[in-house]
Design a binder for this molecule. Sequence first.
Ligand code: NDP
Length: 351
Amino acid sequence: MPAVKEQPSPGKVLLTGGTGFIASHVLDCLLDNGFTVVVTARSKDKGQRIVEGVDLEVRDNVSFVIVGDIAQDGAFDSAVQSDPPFDFVVHTASPYQLHFDDPFRDCLDPAIKGTTGILKSIKAFAPSVKRVVITSSSAAVLNVAPDHLPVYDETNWCNVTWEQATDPMHTYRASKKFAEKAAWDFISNEKPNFDLATINNTYTFGPLPRSLTTLDNLNTSNHRIRDMVLGRMRDGIAPTAPVFTFVDVRDVALAHVRALTVAEAGGNRFYMVGEFFSNAKISEIIRKEFPQLESKFPPVEEVKDDFPEDHWKFDSSKARKMLGVQYTSLEKSVRDTVASMLEREDLMKGQ
Ligand code: NDP
């Protein structure tokens, strides 16, 4: 039998925010595609958990480096330096929560200074990096009611102002808009050796990260599915608003990986939406797929679908055309998310 020839690695990637929901899927996708990956984590414990969660066959291709608070000057200076050097950087680390004690310390600074900080560090210390992909958000694209446009795509920027940024209603959206703007400005003003692509994904559902230690720390966008599974909506399904669009995390991960390597992706934003959803639709899917959870829900006749008839439209076809992403259906995404929760007996215990 001829010897199996090992494929050369397509490159070495620094992936920030390795404990995160989206990063955990980006990591899997990078490893599946043969990349070597160094993840950043805030502590040794977190870094070790990420590495230990990776399949044994590819575990040698992943390691971690500790980066504390990304808002600090020079936070990434040593992380971007590596031997052999990095080819790519994927920056996902940014606070995604909706309640903050201090809007600057807890959200705006890590988002914006974290983004400009990593770009500065790469320019100064990692000249081998060819491309950076940043996880931005649909929050940097969409307005809020009553200012909605009829149709959104990646040509749109949300109209939130810097003056609104400390209003808790707007802090997260502002953090994503101003972080992404700062990244594009950095590219045009500093003209570094690398180019940039951003992934502007909407509300993202999907299987839990393996390194998760408690359902209390579950990423924000999976909360509604968790709450239904735990019976926290037994007395009534919570309203869906303000977001009625979703995308599956595995599609988002694939887009990050393809955005690194598809030559023409450089210089582009990718607005990613799979489908519309509502909490009523999610509850219907869970009841159908997991009849053992029926007692966690209110009577069917009491569940009203609040999806608005006059909802704005989206065009998320660029990621399909340029990056080859096939969007996963809501049904599959919800089914796989719930299955991943039920599989984790350690997390479900005592809930
Ligand atoms: P998670 O909360 O699961 O992950 C956030 C990551 O950022 C964690 O690794 C966290 O580290 C890290 N982080 C946050 N603040 C800091 C800080 N000050 N210093 C160092 N690290 C920090 O969120 P997601 O995976 O959902 O989100 C990841 C990215 O995707 C974010 O940029 C978010 O804005 C974006 N996004 C998410 C969407 C979604 O629906 N999930 C939709 C659109 C965009 P630690 O674990 O140590 O706290």
